[in-house]
Design a protein around this ligand. Sequence first.
Ligand SMILES: Cc1cc2nc3c(=O)[nH]c(=O)nc-3n(C[C@H](O)[C@H](O)[C@H](O)COP(=O)(O)OP(=O)(O)OC[C@H]3O[C@@H](n4cnc5c(N)ncnc54)[C@H](O)[C@@H]3O)c2cc1C
Ligand code: SF4
Length: 615
Amino acid sequence: MDRSDILQTARQCRHYAMCKIDFLETGLCPAATDRPFVSFFPQGRMDLFSGVYEKRIPVTKELIHVAASCNLCGICDKQCHFVTGLRPLTVMKALKEYVQDFLGKGHVPEEFEPDDFLIELQAITGEKWASSDPAILLPYADDPSPGSPFTMPRYVVMPSSSSEVSKIIKLCGTEGIPYAVRGNGSSVIGFVMSTGLVMDMNRMKGIRFDEKNWCVYVQPGVSAFELQKEAVKKGYRVNAAEPSALMCANIMCSGIFSNFSHSYGILADNYINAEFVDDSGSLINLNQVDAPNLFSNEKMGRKSPGVCTDVGVKLYPLPEDEEGLIVPFSGMEEALSFASELGRRRIGNAVGVLGGEYLSVFVSPTEELARSIKDFFSRTLGIKYAVLVLADKYDRKIIQEMKNTIISQKLLTLLILGLADLNGNESLSMIEEYTGDREPYEILCDENILPLLESLIDSSPESLAQAVPEDLKSFYTELYSRPEMTNMVWLSMFRIISSRMGRFKHPVAFILYVPMDNIPLILEIDSEFKRIGDKHHIHNDYGFITPLDMGKRGVFEFDYYVDHTNDADRENCLNAMAEAQEMIEGFCSGANGVKWIKSVLYQGFCRSENLLYLD
Ligand SMILES: Cc1cc2nc3c(=O)[nH]c(=O)nc-3n(C[C@H](O)[C@H](O)[C@H](O)COP(=O)(O)OP(=O)(O)OC[C@H]3O[C@@H](n4cnc5c(N)ncnc54)[C@H](O)[C@@H]3O)c2cc1C
Ligand code: SF4
């Protein structure tokens, strides 16, 4: 690989922070154990390589430290390939070589003398937890959103307690330094950047269970994945979304929506109590009588109530007899009315109407496979939409009464482990010829045909691993030998495959709350998104809809995909985003139950009723 290919890999980093959680049980990047600034994670090194190669930062003492701390173990190659298909190890090597070359030529790294503000920050947190070295700052300066300008902060700090947070905020106030609070930065839309200080919350990782009150208290450095893992060990689960998203940040930013929001809700439904440090540095507990009213929702948006330093998240018992199933559909309207009926009847714990793109991308370990499988699902089998349901044994019985065409967990496992064999499998392509007036997927879902399918499809971890590069085959074979890797319940709870949606290109997600009793309106919004995306030559697709509050409302995602390293694509995407924004505001201004995520930013602690039902 030459330097320009390596640079292209580095610039393609999606910034979803998946290399900051141990989602494949490979262990975490050992380089980041001591000081978990982003720079010491593979994500940060990707930025640092492009930064130093393009001369945006000089070689500094910290850069040498960062390069030396990587032992080329290759964990990042496995993690990143699983999600994005990228191979960061070449970049890690190139960064080391760049630095060795620099030192080999007798150059001296730049040193940055701390200014007074940094000295005061370090007095609060300890020297190693605050920095103004460009090699620490750069990974906090950018993200793949086409609307986020490169914004280099002057300082980054990692507090370890709410008292340190309070002192930092007071210091910023006195010195007039602006600041941004950062979880894992995976909101990827420029919210966590600042020209002043970035406060990275990743040192505050406390988790405290209060089982008798069905609650777990988490500090702001705890990710969804880490919390879910601890909750499951104790026989519970929480409503969490992206695995790398920090819980406090996710509630703050989007109020947490997931397929479980069908039964567990959104926004204030997710938590019991919370603590904040406000912008004067004072500590607030939401249960105190004079606490600010975070239950209200302001349509035009509102500024952040402060830094959330602790949140009590609701616990739910893990149902013993829960299993996933998928109900396939050839049209969106039928899929939506089925999901909405599940909502009205309160059937299932988690429900999501997925599009063909999501389904094929989620289950496939490579982009090429995802593309061919999308074709196989939609053309050969006729599956355009799929309603995913997690349900206990009683609810599964009811669903079987409602629909006789169901992809069971067993069939889905067979299909996932057989993905590499599906498209070219001649026996399967003959299904179409025997369908008569039935959809091809109806034959596939026939229980009696399962033994035949088992004999026709080459389905095993080894077979699936045929799709990945030679040197990763044994890793993928071992990985997919683990039952959870094809288990709908586990995958929905831990969501380790959802960020594969960014593998082809970075998705700009539009999230809307929509009335589920007005399906024609939802179809209209969907086709408007598509019309605008197509007009601006932006790859676009329906994402998902989850029914909320007994099928009265739903949360709807539509995505525009952008190659953030391509100027023309960025420009097209920005134009499409501007037009889509106008379109959305038009729908929101009518009294028709449409709201969008903008009315949730910094209001994720509000009552769901205030967002969903107050015009
Ligand atoms: C591929 C992908 C899929 C996604 N799917 C979903 C989904 O299904 N559901 C969903 O809910 N979200 C989803 N998201 C959005 C993402 O999970 C949220 O934006 C989440 O907040 C990101 O967490 P983070 O720790 O990276 O936050 P950051 O990006 O670091 O921060 C998000 C915001 O919260 C603020 N913030 C961070 N920490 C604190 C704190 N302690 N106190 C006060 N403010 C704080 C930041 O200033 C920023 O404004 C998705 C994102 C991606 C990339
Ligand atoms: S190769 Fe380097 S950057 Fe990648 S996981 Fe190992 S130590 Fe971390």
